[in-house]
Design a protein around this ligand. Structure first.
Ligand code: ATP
Ligand code: MG
Length: 416
C-alpha cells in the first residue's frame, strides 16, 4: 500500500495573530477600558461593516496615500464588484452617516472597535490584521468638539496606565493649506536629490505627505521644511487657539508639533498623535484630527467632523498584565458516583453565578494540582464518604484552611 504523502499543516496568513491567555486578555482589557470611558463621554456605540465598496476608502483616504496606493485588501467579489476590507473606520462610519440617515442625529458622537486590514510589512506593533478603537464626532464645527474628543483619548490612555505625549498641530483651512503646500513644494524641490525615492514620487502630487515619511534619509530635509505657522489665516489661528485653550482648561497636556501631518489626506485644522517612546518605531498609539471635507468627498453635504483611531495591539503591549480569570471553585470528585454528583453541583453553582470547574483526570494529587494551577480560590473534595453524609471538604487554597460544608450551601459558604 502507498503511504499518503505527509500532509503539511496550514500556517497562519502573514501578519495575522492567534492569541491565547494573557495575550488575548490584554486586548480585551483595552477594549473594556474603552467601553467604560466611551460611556463617560457620551459616545454611542455603532457597528459598521468590515467590507465596503472600494470607492468609500479610495475617495476619502486619498489615492496618493500609502493606505490606498499600497496597503488595501481589495478584491473583486463574485458579482464583479470591487470590495475592500476596511483599513480604518472613519470612511465607513461616514458612509453610514449618509446612507443610513444618521444626519438627523447630528452632532453625532459615536465609537466602535474591531479589526482593520492593511497589507504592510509585519513587524513589532504592525500587523496585516490589527484592531482599532475609534471615536468620531460628526456634524460639529466647534473647536470644543476637538477638545472633547481629545479629552476622551487622554482619559482613556491614562486609565490604561499609558502616558504618551500628545503632539498637536493644525493643518489650517483650505487657504492655509494651499499656501503651505506651495512653500513645501518649493522647499522639497530644492532638496529633491536628498530625498528618498518614495518622497520624490510624492513631491508633485502631495508634498505634505513627505512630512509623514518614515525614511530616515528624508528627516533632515523635513526638519528644515517651513512650518505651517507663517501661513495660518487669522481664522485658522483662532480655531487652533481655542482648541489649545480648551485643552489647557481640561488639563490635557500637549506639545506643539509644527510639522505633524497625518497619513490620510482628509484632515483639516486639528491633527494629533499620542506618541510613546516605548514601542520603538511603532510609537504612535492613537491618532486623528478634524476632517471637515471627508463627507463631501462621499457626495454628502458639507459636514464638519473630528475623530481618532487607536491601535489596540500597540496599547495592549503597554498596559500592565491584566489579572488572569480564575474560577471561584474547582470540584475534585473521587470515584464514579462522586463525579456524577459533581456535575449536578457544577450546574447549580454556575446558575447561581459562581465560576466553577471540575478536575476529573488523574489521581487526587493531579486533580488538586489542577485546581491550584487554575488559580481557584477554593477546592471542594467530594468522595463516597462525603456523598453519604451530604457534606464535603472545602479547602481554601490560599491558606490551606479546610472545613466541612453542606452540599446544598456551597455557594453561600464561599461568599456568594
Ligand atoms: P503608522 O504611522 O504607524 O503606519 P498610521 O498613520 O498608518 O500609523 P492610522 O491610520 O492613523 O495609522 O491608524 C491609527 C492607529 O492604528 C495607529 O496610530 C496605530 O496605533 C494603529 N495602526 C495602524 N496601522 C497598524 C498596523 N498595521 N498594525 C497595528 N496597528 C496599526
Ligand atoms: Mg501606516
Amino acid at each position: 500500500m502507498l503511504k499518503p504523502a505527509a500532509m503539511s499543516t496550514p500556517q497562519p496568513v502573514r501578519g495575522t495573530q492567534s492569541l491565547l491567555g494573557e495575550d488575548a486578555d490584554r486586548l480585551a482589557a483595552v477594549v473594556s477600558a474603552f467601553e467604560r470611558v466611551r460611556r463617560l463621554y457620551g459616545f454611542k456605540r455603532v457597528e459598521v461593516p468590515t467590507i465596503e465598496h472600494t470607492a468609500v476608502f479610495a475617495r476619502t483616504i486619498g489615492e496618493t496615500t500609502d493606505v490606498v496606493s499600497k496597503e488595501m485588501y481589495s478584491l473583486e467579489d463574485r458579482g464583479g464588484e470591487s470590495i475592500t476590507l476596511r483599513p480604518e473606520f472613519t470612511a465607513g462610519i461616514c458612509r453610514a452617516y449618509l446612507s443610513e440617515g444618521w444626519q438627523q442625529y447630528a452632532p453625532l458622537k459615536v465609537a466602535t472597535h474591531g479589526s482593520a486590514f492593511r497589507y504592510e510589512r509585519p513587524q513589532k506593533g504592525r500587523f496585516r490584521e490589527f484592531h482599532q478603537l475609534d471615536a468620531e464626532i460628526i456634524g460639529a464645527a466647534e473647536p470644543q468638539a476637538d477638545v472633547e474628543i481629545l479629552a476622551f483619548a487622554d482619559q482613556l490612555l491614562k486609565e490604561l496606565g499609558v502616558d504618551p505625549l500628545l503632539q498637536l498641530n493644525t493643518l489650517g483651512d483650505a487657504e492655509t493649506r494651499g499656501a503651505w503646500r506651495e512653500a513645501l513644494l518649493e522647499h522639497f524641490r530644492g532638496h529633491s536629490s536628498a530625498l528618498s525615492d518614495d518622497s520624490r514620487d510624492r513631491l508633485e502630487r502631495n508634498p505634505l505627505r513627505i512630512l509623514d515619511s518614515k525614511a530616515h534619509q528624508d528627516w533632515p530635509v523635513i526638519d528644515s521644511a517651513p512650518a505651517i505657522d507663517e501661513y495660518l489665516t487669522g481664522e485658522a489661528a483662532d480655531f487652533f487657539g481655542q482648541v489649545t485653550e480648551g485643552l489647557d482648561a481640561a488639563g490635557v497636556a500637549w506639545e506643539r508639533a509644527p510639522r505633524l501631518v497625518r497619513g490620510l489626506d482628509y484632515y483639516r485644522h486639528t491633527a494629533f498623535e499620542f506618541v510613546t517612546d516605548k514601542l520603538g518605531a511603532q510609537g504612535t498609539v492613537l491618532a486623528g484630527g478634524r476632517y471637515d471635507g471627508l463627507i463631501e468627498s462621499l457626495g454628502g453635504p458639507h459636514t464638519p467632523a473630528v475623530g481618532w483611531a487607536a491601535g489596540i495591539e500597540r496599547l495592549a503591549m503597554m498596559i500592565d498584565a491584566p489579572e488572569p480569570e480564575r474560577p471561584d471553585i474547582v470540584i475534585v470528585p473521587l470515584g464514579e458516583q462522586a463525579e456524577k454528583e459533581a456535575r449536578k453541583i457544577l450546574t447549580g453553582l454556575r446558575r447561581e453565578g459562581v465560576a466553577a470547574d471540575m478536575a476529573y483526570r488523574g489521581n487526587i494529587k493531579k486533580r488538586m494540582s489542577k485546581a491550584n494551577a487554575a488559580g481557584a480560590r477554593f477546592a471542594l473534595i467530594l468522595g463516597d464518604e462525603e456523598l453519604a453524609s451530604g457534606e464535603a471538604q472545602l479547602k481554601e487554597l490560599g491558606t490551606g484552611e479546610q472545613r466541612k460544608v453542606s452540599l446544598d450551601l456551597i455557594g453561600q459558604a464561599i461568599g456568594r
